[in-house]
Design a protein around this ligand. Sequence first.
Ligand code: ADP
Ligand code: MG
Length: 677
Amino acid sequence: MTKLFESIQYLKGVGGARAEKYAKLGIETPYDLLYYIPRKYLDYRNYVPVSQAVLNENNVLRLTVTRKLAPQRVRGGMMIYKAAATDGINDILIVIYNNFYGFNALKEGCEYYMYGKVTGNFIRREISAPQFIKSDDNVLIQPIYHLTTGLSVNIIRANIKQAVQLMLEEPFETLPKEVLERYNLCTLSYALANIHFPSSTEAAEIARDRLAFDELLTLQLGMSMMKTNSRRKTSCYMDNSKSVEKYIQGLPFELTEAQKNAIDEIISDLCRDVPMNRLLQGDVGSGKTAVAAAACYFAAENDMQSALMAPTEILAIQHFNTLSEFLEPLGVKVSLLTGSLTPKKKLAVKEQIASGEINVVVGTHAIIQKDTIFKRLGLVITDEQHRFGVAQRTALAEKGDAPHKLVMSATPIPRTLALIIYGDLDISVINQLPKGRKPVSTYAVTGKMRQRAFNFVRNALDEGRQAYVVCPMIEDSESDLLAVKSYAEMAANELLKGYSIELLHGKMNSAEKEKVMKRFKKGDVQVLICTTVVEVGVDVPNATVMVIENAERFGLSQLHQLRGRVGRGEYESSCILITDNTGEECKHRMKTMCKTTDGFKISEEDLKLRGPGDFFGSKQHGLPPLKVADIAVNMELMSKAQQCTKEILSVDPFLQLPQHKGLKMDTIRLFRKEIIG
Ligand code: ADP
Ligand code: MG
């Protein structure tokens, strides 16, 4: 095993220059090379007859060389080598540029599998610069790697072959035998040999499964160990003889079972002497705010303050209104703290927070973080988590003496995935909508149907309902803003003539925004023409129709979030997606939206379409990069790895047992040492 960890120069044919090129790929030892996982495989068994080759693409052909032609020298001294070949029925020309050795290896009368780009027409065809092997070669599946300049496929393959050889001489294993058996995994040496040089497609899959399992396992081990390490004690433990019964009795509706369960989980956390660190997941409209308010009530009963942070001012105001309505009658004092308060008012609120007169503060993130001093902060709630990010999440905890933390996520995430991304949090899921909610009927139409779509909108308005019309405005683009403004004008003069319309977009200041929102909430405004400022959280149950223009410009989760603004009350609601985009991907998205209203399913689809990087916006989630596992497709493997993580840590929480030594090394390697000790 030692040679595997020496310099890569130990391998034959790797000198200083080549070692440097490998270093650029992060490869310093033969061991690293073993984990240089192929991007895909070239399977020579999937050859096609010349007549069926797809033109201008790479194809595998099975060809016999009939005649090698004389080389030609062209401009710039480049040599072109050609050979005539046949698949037994059709002829084709093999063209090789500047590669004497490659050409020399071809023998007249011999049969080869060739892989390369096929060009030409029905009469004359060429395959250029093909990779090839003899047809009697016994390795018909070859790995393809990401290449870097100066390292050709052949060099990498040859070097990896040596590394695999070294490994097979002294095979090693990181997982205990029982784990391999229980989870039906192959040995590590089998996996490392077959990931590079599989004897069959199945062997490659078995190998990949094992390596992906390892990666997911070490990822979760690392996250779980971080979670354990970060749990210091808190003085904010609450008294479990207090109760939220009075709060529940006072609500204008009956809580769903799922809401009650979430409240129970939260309260039991609040009564422990380690801070709660919990994610509250629930589909759009599942009633997360009522759960959060219960937690605030419980804290107030325990003489502790709560802070609720929202990403936008509109939302902060809305939460403030909801919480006041639920809590003030019970004697819990709720206050709003946002940037648009007058300095005098702000100061007064801050004084009351410091004196403890205010029980619950609702505000935007920035305001609460800065110079607000609490008398006794016991609970911090952040709404719409993924807008914040890991760094801010940690910064918050510094306000009080390790207060309890509750995070409410805006977009539902598949549970298995949430466990990875929010591996340092416990999770409560509200998997039930309030009684009587009707799913929003969704339609995707082209611009030609706009008139009809708006007939539908006008009908709803005439029945006393309200509507949203959403226009895309990406970032701060001026041209988008102009487009939205002229659209609103057009709507006022044509499509929605005679109805009361207001415009709401991100460039308005918060006082303006709030004024419009208030009028919309009261019903004075019938139609809100808006950008994605309404995306998150806005709650106006009387609004039952949403039209989304240029729907192709929104991602799936975003569309779902937008659609969640309707269907929040007792009325039938609809969402009309307008797009003229006919691309496959867009069609797929629209279809998904029309077919399902389940946010968890939609986010799974979204994840598949966009991959985890884009899905979470930035790289903020702080996950180490995965080489083998694809968290969008390896859901099942992930649950297995999660199960295994629990089993291992329950007997050996710090991976100190000898049989876990390899795993510990892998974990440290994955998190690049800095994260765990
Ligand atoms: P979200 O989970 O999307 O944040 P909200 O907390 O904004 O959802 O709740 C959506 C709407 O449902 C609000 O108007 C809220 O008052 C209402 N609501 C919450 N819980 C219930 C319930 N159990 N029964 C009926 N309505 C409820
Ligand atoms: Mg909400």
